[in-house]
Design a protein around this ligand. Structure first.
Ligand code: LFR
Length: 473
């Protein structure tokens, strides 16, 4: 029997609502709505326009219900780490964007109390200045936690608005830095030592469980029955993307390549050795209790922010044309450190890349095509280093690399990755995150069954990946 679920997938640059049809021999995604996600800078910093996003989600869900009145459930995923502070169900302010610069003070305040090594042993997370615990520390310094009775990560916030139920989905909660890497529960001792109010943190729930049913007003607005379930899935977009890696067998690494690139392997147990801390590898929570042992190594943000910079003069840039020009670049271009923190904030990207090259005595790209080539070579280089490190730290064999997400459509990036890693790259599906969201809901509704391997086998047969062989150049 085939039935449909609705997936809401919010990325850093756009959001989408998809219908997912799932049955014994069927996995089909039908896009219903797509809308931009444009952050807004105001006096106190850079924010997500969360109400606009939610309005678009509701409109998308209404279309989904119109197209398919018998949907079985709804689930939401989004980027990680960002949250709203709440009191009595009221949002206290618009969530900050993780690229907002306010977190530096929070990093220092946190590390003064609990040093990086001790922190890593507790939460297993790669150091990223925007991890939720540093953001909360910055809020604490500003006194803004005092009036809050809870903190909801973005998908949890949307789930709350849809159902009135306040929960913390586990995979996304693992990106806060406040979960115990070994138990997947809130790390009460760590939270207490950091002086963060424990009351802020809702009950943790696992992907596959039910958050609740629609509030009557929401049901009326989207034209669905109030008995419709909102499910928890891997609400961290990367967790959902990893579910939908079309891997056959065990010996694979994945790259979820979009605004960010998340490069790593799936493990049963975390690796919190000193070597993995020094290499800045993260142990994020995956669906079915798996560990996403990976590294966040920047991503196509380097390219999109460069394009935005060039377009500031009023010129329109055609990205496919620019990428094919980059393919034709024959002069050696600089490979820069794509993970340098200077590239995180919004602003003039080509200038920052040029500054990096000058500081490191590398040739500065001259044309836009050279900049693009340099960015893609640098990403592929970073991918290759992260994959070797993941293999060395985890002891896992890696025979093949799956690239999923937007980057899987960039043939030059896929080929460069195959060349630099010396391994075949299997590219696609581009909508891995929405597919992972759909499959975990569908399994919770009994439309499919089995382990993650069984779900991946369905993806492999319905979304056959494109293969890139290393050319040995
Ligand atoms: C990818 C992602 C990454 C996370 C970054 C910030 O969309 O969720 O996994 O490190 O965004 O939240």
């Amino acid at each position: 029997m085939t039935a449909a679920v609705a997936a809401v997938d919010l990325g850093a640059t756009s959001g989408r609502v998809m219908l997912g049809y799932v049955g014994h021999d069927e996995l089909r995604l039908v896009p219903v709505a797509r809308f931009p996600n444009n952050p807004v800078r105001v006096f106190d910093g850079l924010h997500w326009n969360i109400l606009e996003l939610y309005r678009n989600v509701l409109a998308g869900l209404a279309s989904a219900v119109r197209d398919e009145p018998d949907i079985r459930s709804i689930a939401v995923d989004s980027w990680a780490v960002d949250y709203a502070l709440m009191t009595n169900g009221r949002m206290l302010g618009n969530p900050y964007h993780y690229r907002d610069e306010r977190t530096a003070a929070g990093v220092d305040a946190t590390h003064t109390i609990v040093g990086p090594a001790e922190l890593y042993a507790a939460n297993g997370l790669q150091f990223l200045s925007f991890n939720t615990l540093y953001q909360l520390a910055a809020e604490q310094l500003a006194g803004s936690l005092d009036g809050a009775d809870s903190m909801l990560l973005v998908p949890d916030l949307l789930n709350f608005w849809l159902t009135g139920v306040s929960r913390a989905e586990q995979t996304n909660a693992s990106t806060t830095g406040l979960l115990d890497v070994h138990t997947g529960r809130w790390h009460d001792t760590l939270i207490e030592r950091l002086g963060l109010p424990r009351r802020l943190l809702p009950e943790v729930i696992a992907p596959g469980s039910t958050v609740g049913t629609l509030l009557p007003a929401v049901a009326a607005e989207i034209g669905a029955p109030a008995s419709l379930a909102v499910s928890a899935v891997g609400s961290h977009d990367t967790a959902s993307a990893v579910v939908a890696v079309p891997a056959v067998g065990d010996d694979f690494a994945y790259i979820s390549s979009g605004t960010w690139s998340l490069v790593g392997v799936e493990l049963e147990q975390p690796v919190v050795s000193e070597a993995s801390r020094a290499a800045n590898f993260t142990n994020e929570g995956g669906v079915d209790g798996r560990i996403r042992f990976l590294q966040n190594v920047s991503g196509l943000w380097l390219l999109s922010e460069s394009v935005r910079t060039w377009e500031r003069s009023g010129e329109q840039i055609d990205l496919p044309t620019l990428i094919s020009a980059a393919r034709g670049v024959t002069a050696p271009v600089a490979v820069f450190d794509a993970g340098d923190p200077r590239f995180i904030a919004p602003g003039d990207m080509p200038q920052r890349i040029a500054d990096w090259c000058i500081e490191h005595g590398r040739p500065v790209p001259q044309s836009r095509a050279e900049f693009v080539r340099s960015i893609l070579e640098s990403l592929a280089d970073a991918y290759s280093r992260s994959i070797e490190t993941a293999a060395a730290l985890s002891g896992k064999r890696i025979e093949v690399i799956h690239i999923v997400g937007g980057g899987s459509q960039n043939a030059l990036l896929c080929q460069l990755t195959a060349d630099r890693t010396g391994r075949p790259v299997l590219a696609g599906p581009v909508e891995a995150t929405a597919i992972g969201n759909v499959l975990v809901q569908a399994r919770a509704q009994g439309l499919v069954s089995g382990s993650l391997e069984a779900l991946r086998a369905i993806v492999a047969t319905t979304f056959a990946p494109v293969r890139y062989e290393p050319t040995g150049r």
